[in-house]
Design a protein around this ligand. Structure first.
Ligand SMILES: Cc1cc2nc3c(=O)[nH]c(=O)nc-3n(C[C@H](O)[C@H](O)[C@H](O)COP(=O)(O)O)c2cc1C
Length: 139
C-alpha cells in the first residue's frame, strides 16, 4: 500500500499502466531519492533524466526499475482507495552486491528511512533481533 495523493503524476502513471515499482533507495543516493520527492512529473516532464539515474524496463510489469537502487519490488496495481494505491508484489529484483545466497541481506542494502518529525534520512543497517522469536522470552 502506498499512501500517495491522487493528483501526483506517479498515481496517474500507475492507473494508466496498471503497474508500479517500489525501489529501495540507499545512502549513496539520498540526493536523487529526495529529488524524486520534491519535484513533480506534473510540471517537470523530464524528472527522471534530471535525476541522473538510469532505468531498465521490468519484464514482469509495465514499469521501470531504477538501476542504481539496490532492491526493487515489482507490483501489479489493484485499486486506488481511501488509503491510497493498493498493489500486489509479483517479483523482487536485487543487486548481486546485497544478496546473501537466495535472500536479500538488508544489512548490505544501506537502505534509507525518512523521519517525518525531523525531516531526516537515516540508514537502516544493523540487525537487532529475531522476528517471531524474541518476544517469546516474555511469555
Ligand atoms: C521525504 C518525502 C516524503 C514524502 N511522502 C509522501 C507521502 O507519503 N505521500 C504523498 O502523497 N507524497 C509524499 N511526498 C511528496 C511527493 O513525493 C511529491 O509531491 C512529489 O512531487 C510527487 O511527484 P509526482 O507528481 O511526480 O508523482 C513526499 C516527499 C518527500 C520529499
Amino acid at each position: 500500500m502506498l499512501n500517495l495523493t491522487e493528483t501526483h503524476k506517479t498515481v496517474k502513471n500507475i492507473k494508466e499502466r496498471k503497474a508500479f515499482t517500489v525501489s529501495i533507495a540507499d545512502s549513496n543516493h539520498v540526493k536523487e531519492a529526495d529529488y524524486f520527492g520534491v519535484v513533480s512529473g506534473n510540471n517537470t516532464p523530464d524528472k527522471f533524466a534530471k535525476s541522473g539515474l538510469s532505468y531498465s524496463k521490468s519484464v514482469n510489469v509495465d514499469a521501470p526499475i531504477i538501476n542504481e537502487f539496490p532492491v526493487c519490488l515489482e507490483c501489479e496495481f489493484i485499486e486506488y482507495g481511501e488509503c491510497g494505491v493498493i498493489g500486489k508484489v509479483v517479483n523482487v529484483t536485487a543487486d548481486e552486491s546485497v544478496m546473501n545466497g537466495d535472500n536479500v541481506d538488508i544489512s548490505k542494502v544501506s537502505a534509507i528511512a525518512f523521519d517525518p518529525y525531523t525531516h531526516g534520512y537515516y540508514k537502516v543497517t544493523e540487525r537487532v533481533g529475531n522476528a517471531f522469536k524474541d518476544g517469546f522470552e516474555l511469555k
